[in-house]
Design a binder for this molecule. Sequence first.
Ligand SMILES: [Zn+2]
Ligand SMILES: [Zn+2]
Length: 317
Amino acid sequence: MIYLDNGVSVFSGREYRCDPKRCARNCVNLVSHGHFDHVPSSLSQAIVTSEITHAIVESRAGVKVERTTCEHVDLLDSGHVPGASMFLINGDKKVLYTGDLCTREKYFSPGAKPVKADVLIIESTFGKEKYVFPPYHETVKAMKDWAEDNAACGKHTIFYAYTFGKAQEVIAAMEGNEIFTTGPVMKVNAVLKKFGYRLDAEMLPEEPGEPSIIVAPAGGKRDPVLKKYLIAGARTASVSGWAMDRGMMYAAHTDTAFPLSDHADYQELLDFTKAVSPEIVYTLHGFSKELAKDIRTKLGIEAVPLKKGHLTLSNFQ
Ligand SMILES: [Zn+2]
Ligand SMILES: [Zn+2]
């Protein structure tokens, strides 16, 4: 039985909670990665998570967290952000919970690899046909070219990217340039460097100098130092899968946008599902209805969107 309430609950021999809002007692609490919408607000119980996610969660939440393992759960790379895991729960049935998923090769991950499972719980953030991203290296090249053009015009380049995951991806992709960033990103970098990640970014100087590349959190426009660069005429870009929506750069008030994503696109979600070849699929987040419909019609696999309070009696007894 699978249902959505305080994360995704899976009963298979015992009770598992995938990305619970609050850690629950008497069940196995699984935390897929260190983005705040996946980290429990109460961390009073031990969590099953990767070593990197554990360090990120402790650093970002500012509390000590107990980490444990479960003999019935395999942790597999979900390709989303450093340390992100999918969970293969080996109960009465094999249940694969992807968390946030990326199957594309990126700087820090070869991408998630599908494994066979009876039940698949897959994220569907970009589960609509129009979201098919251009190849990763094409986007990175376009970003580098744009930054070069800006420098040639004497302008700074600011890439707005999420503090954890996307910011590090952009820093790594822009390797070979001098890169500056702000405090919150430096804090995450310090944690990842302990695990051997190469992240060559320095703290943003108080006063703008020669044209440079800056990676700043998406909501960082209020940063007083960054403001000085904006006043000096810095050019700005959003870095997000939503750049596929033409209106996005206007909504984000940036000069341009690049579709570099930490998520699988529509086609990659379908390809992954096909390779897992489950009996049933539950879709979660974003375009869950649309993806479930296309899994049914295009792949011939039973699929339903997982909705809050929605109790699903699957093939478990
Ligand atoms: Zn995420
Ligand atoms: Zn998420």
